[in-house]
Design a protein around this ligand. Structure first.
Ligand code: HMG
Ligand code: MG
Length: 305
C-alpha cells in the first residue's frame, strides 16, 4: 500500500441501512439533521433513503420529501437512494434524485424475501433500472447482496457472485457494491472474493459493504483495502441491517473505519469529532446508545464542548 496521499472513499449509509429497521419512528427533519451533521463532518457521499414499498418498509415512506430537502440544503453532497425497480426509479426521479442504487441478491430465496422476485427476474429488473437511470443521466450503484453467505441458502458460490457483479457492470453500474448482508465474511474470504471480482469489475468501480454481526467488520474492511478496494460503505454509530435478512446486525461503523484508515495512512476527509455529533443526534432520536467498537475511546478523547 502506498503512502499518506492514498485515499479511502466512504459512503455513509446510516440514513438508509441504519434507519430502515428502527422500531422508533424518526421524523423527516431528524433524518435531514443526521445527513446535515454527516456532511458537516466531511462525509462526501451518503445513501439518504430508499424508494421502496411503504408497506414493506414504512420507515422510508418519506423518501421523496427527505431527498428534496437534503438536496436543496446540501447541493455539494453526493446523495444516492436505493431503488429496487422501475417504479422506485420513477419516484426517485420525481424527487430529482441524482444517484440511485439497485439491490440484487446472489440467491433465489434472498431476492424473494427482499424484493419479491426470483434471481433471474431480479437480474433483469436491476439491469433495466440501471439502464433507465443511466439514460436519464443519473449516477448508479448496484449492490450484490449476500455475496458471502445467505441466511436461507448458506454459502454462496463465488463464481455466481463474480458473474452477477460482471452483469451489473455491463448493465452500466457506475459502482458495483459487494455486500456481506448478514456479516458472515472473514478477512481471508474477503481477500479471495474481491481479488476474483477485480478481474470482472475495475478497481475504481468496486465498493464493499460490510455488516458487523460477528465483530469482524473492520477486519473485513481492512482485507478489502488490502485487496485494492478504496470505496467502502459504513454507517455512523454502526446502525443498520436488512429487515428481510434474519440475523443481520448493523453495518461496520463509520467511526471505526475512519479511525482505522487514518491510523494506517489512508485519508478519509472525515472528522471524528464531527462524526460523534452525528452519532449523538441519532442516539437522542432513538433513545439508546449507539456506536462502533471505538466509540468509548473516541468519546473519552473528545475535547470538552
Ligand atoms: P411487490 O409487492 O412485489 O410489488 O413489491 P409489485 O410490483 O407487485 O407492486 C405492488 C404494489 O407496490 C403496487 O401498488 C406498486 O405500485 C407498489 P398498488 O397497485 O398495490 O397500490 N410498488 C411500489 N411502491 C413504492 N415504491 C416502489 C414500488 N414498487 C412497487 N419502488 C418491492 C416489490 C420491491 C416494491 C417490495 O418488495 C419492496 O419494497 N421491498 C423492500 C426491499 C427493501 O427495502 N429491503 C431493504 C433494503 S436492501 C438491504 O438492506 C441490503 C443492502 O443494505 C445491502 C446488504 O447489506 O446486503 C442494500
Ligand atoms: Mg446493508
Amino acid at each position: 500500500m502506498s503512502g499518506s496521499m492514498d485515499r479511502l472513499f466512504i459512503t455513509d449509509v446510516s440514513p438508509r441501512d441504519g434507519l430502515q429497521n428502527q422500531p422508533t419512528p424518526v421524523s423527516t427533519e431528524a433524518k435531514a439533521g443526521l445527513i446535515r451533521l454527516l456532511a458537516q463532518a466531511g462525509v462526501a457521499s451518503v445513501e439518504a433513503t430508499s424508494f421502496v414499498s411503504p408497506k414493506a418498509v414504512p420507515q422510508m415512506a418519506d423518501a421523496g420529501q427527505l431527498l428534496a430537502q437534503v438536496q436543496g440544503e446540501l447541493p455539494d453532497l453526493r446523495v444516492s437512494v436505493l431503488v429496487p425497480n422501475l417504479k422506485g426509479l420513477e419516484r426517485a426521479r420525481a424527487a430529482s434524485a441524482r444517484e440511485i442504487a439497485v439491490v440484487l441478491s446472489a440467491t433465489e430465496t434472498m431476492n424473494r424475501r427482499n424484493i419479491n422476485m426470483g434471481l433471474d427476474e431480479a437480474v433483469q429488473v436491476s439491469e433495466q433500472t440501471l439502464q433507465a437511470a443511466a439514460a436519464a443521466g443519473l449516477r448508479t450503484r448496484a449492490y450484490v447482496a449476500v455475496a458471502f453467505d445467505c441466511p436461507f441458502e448458506g454459502a454462496v458460490p463465488l463464481d455466481r457472485v463474480v458473474s452477477l457483479a460482471h452483469r451489473m457492470r455491463v448493465a452500466g453500474a457506475g459502482e458495483v457494491v459487494i455486500a456481506d448482508t448478514i456479516g458472515a465474511a472473514a478477512p481471508g474470504m474477503v481477500r479471495e472474493r474481491l481479488q476474483a471480482i477485480l478481474q470482472a469489475v475495475p478497481q475504481q468501480q468496486l465498493a464493499a459493504h460490510f455488516h458487523d454481526t460477528r465483530g469482524l467488520g473492520a477486519a473485513n474492511a481492512w482485507a478489502a483495502i488490502e485487496a485494492g478496494v478504496r470505496r467502502l460503505d459504513a454507517s455512523a454509530g454502526g446502525l443498520g441491517g436488512c429487515p428481510f435478512a434474519p440475523g443481520a446486525a448493523g453495518n461496520v461503523a463509520t467511526e471505526d473505519l475512519v479511525l482505522m484508515a487514518e491510523r494506517s495512512g489512508l485519508a478519509t476527509g472525515i472528522d471524528l469529532d464531527g462524526l460523534l455529533r452525528a452519532i449523538d443526534h441519532v442516539e437522542a432520536r432513538l433513545g439508546r446508545p449507539l456506536g462502533g467498537r471505538s466509540i468509548a475511546w473516541l468519546r473519552r478523547r473528545r475535547p470538552a464542548a
